[in-house]
Design a protein around this ligand. Structure first.
Ligand code: SF4
Ligand code: SF4
Length: 370
């Protein structure tokens, strides 16, 4: 999820909380004119510190909703996804980056260009930076510099990687944690990711296990499709023994008009959501998603929220530094069949869901950086 600056860790929540309560009073009552100046400054505070506010266990449901609605009204993002490279060593089935970017000739940002982008996004309110690709660890030197730039600002970096190039040692990159794509147990991974031809044809599953075993700064991400839907429970049972920071799930999202059997039918997706909810009830916070964020992946729920998808909350940037239209799936993604767990988390926050707010910083806490 996303994080708060380390320098604000201990000091900010109490005073901000008091000020926001005051802000709500302003909204609700006759004292509005007296407090209009206070309201403006409180709004600025909320917009600047929205991420850390959401993560506060003290924040009641009404205020969670308020922070998110205020950010939406001001078009203020919480997170940014930045493609740091336009190349990947793997060819995974269903990869949305491959669909929209792999065949595009694109310059990649230089280190100063990346620094400038990070600073601009910080000014707009972004406090968590997701670095991805293609495979971002193929630009390890530049990426390590940008992670330090984010840390110097007081933000958090999330590296989204396939882990075939290994990971920096625990704590080596400041204020950083890792999200590793892992589409099931060995059998699921064989079908989706296969062998890594760049690393002696090693099974990708083995490379992922080697890189992530015992790492509490790692969350594994499984994207569910027809190719691996049978492997959900085996994936949970296997990875629960690894000593990692947890796992998250999403559904493969097709482009408009894509009808391949790779994508789950509504009925099969509904069954998969029920399975996820059962496993969530059994394993608790090992699945680093709230119950509500899982429920919102149901086709009937997607039908309700997709027209009001909170795309403002996450800025997506191509490898050349230009914005990607709308969301990480690009302009062709089929909103009616969206399987994005980041969007369902923001929708749940907009509903004021406290468990989702608790999940905001959990991966960073398990990485020891929040
Ligand atoms: S590792 Fe990621 S970016 Fe590369 S092909 Fe697989 S899903 Fe796509
Ligand atoms: S495809 Fe993109 S814009 Fe559409 S609902 Fe999903 S995340 Fe939102």
């Amino acid at each position: 999820m996303w994080g708060r600056p380390a320098h604000a860790r201990h000091a900010s929540t109490g005073p901000l909380y008091v000020k926001i309560v005051l802000d709500l009073n302003v909204y609700s009552g006759e004292k509005a004119s007296v407090f209009s100046g206070v309201k403006a400054s409180v709004e600025a505070l909320v917009l600047t510190h929205g991420s850390q506010l959401l993560a506060s266990p003290l924040l009641p449901s009404g205020l969670i909703k308020h922070v998110v609605v205020l950010a939406e009204r001001h078009n203020r993002p919480f997170i940014a996804s930045i493609n740091v490279i336009n190349f990947c060593n793997l060819k995974c089935a269903g990869c949305y980056w491959s669909k929209i970017e792999r065949r595009q000739q694109r310059d990649e940002m230089t280190v100063p260009q990346g620094d400038q982008l990070i600073n601009e996004l910080w000014t707009r309110g972004v406090r968590q930076f997701l670095f991805l690709g293609g495979e971002p660890m193929m630009r390890r030197e530049e990426l390590s510099h940008w992670v330090q730039t984010v840390a110097d600002l007081g933000g958090i970096s999330t590296i989204i990687t396939n882990a075939t190039y290994g990971l920096p040692a625990f704590g080596e990159w400041k204020q950083a944690h890792y999200m590793v794509s892992c589409d099931g147990d060995k059998e699921g991974m064989r079908k989706i990711r296969g062998l890594d031809t760049f690393h002696d044809n090693a099974p990708v599953f083995d490379l992922v296990k080697d890189a992530t075993y015992g790492r509490t700064d790692v969350v594994l991400a499984m994207t569910i499709s027809n190719a691996n839907v049978e492997r959900i429970e085996p994936f949970v049972r296997e990875t629960r023994t690894w000593g990692i920071g947890g796992i998250v799930f999403s559904f493969a999202t097709p482009n408009v008009g894509e009808e391949q059997s790779f994508y789950l039918s509504d009925e099969r997706k509904e069954d998969a959501v029920k399975e996820l909810l059962r496993l969530k009830a059994e394993t608790g916070d090992f699945i680093v998603m709230s119950q509500r964020a899982i429920e919102l992946l149901r086709p009937a729920e997607v039908a309700q929220w997709h027209t009001k998808c909170p795309t403002y909350a996450a800025v997506s940037i191509r490898a050349d530094g230009k914005p990607l239209e709308r969301c990480i799936f690009g302009p062709e993604g089929d909103c009616t069949r969206c399987g994005c767990n980041v969007s369902t988390s923001f929708v749940a926050l907009r509903e004021g869901n406290k468990e989702t707010a608790r999940m905001v910083l959990l991966p960073a806490r398990r990485a020891g950086i929040a």
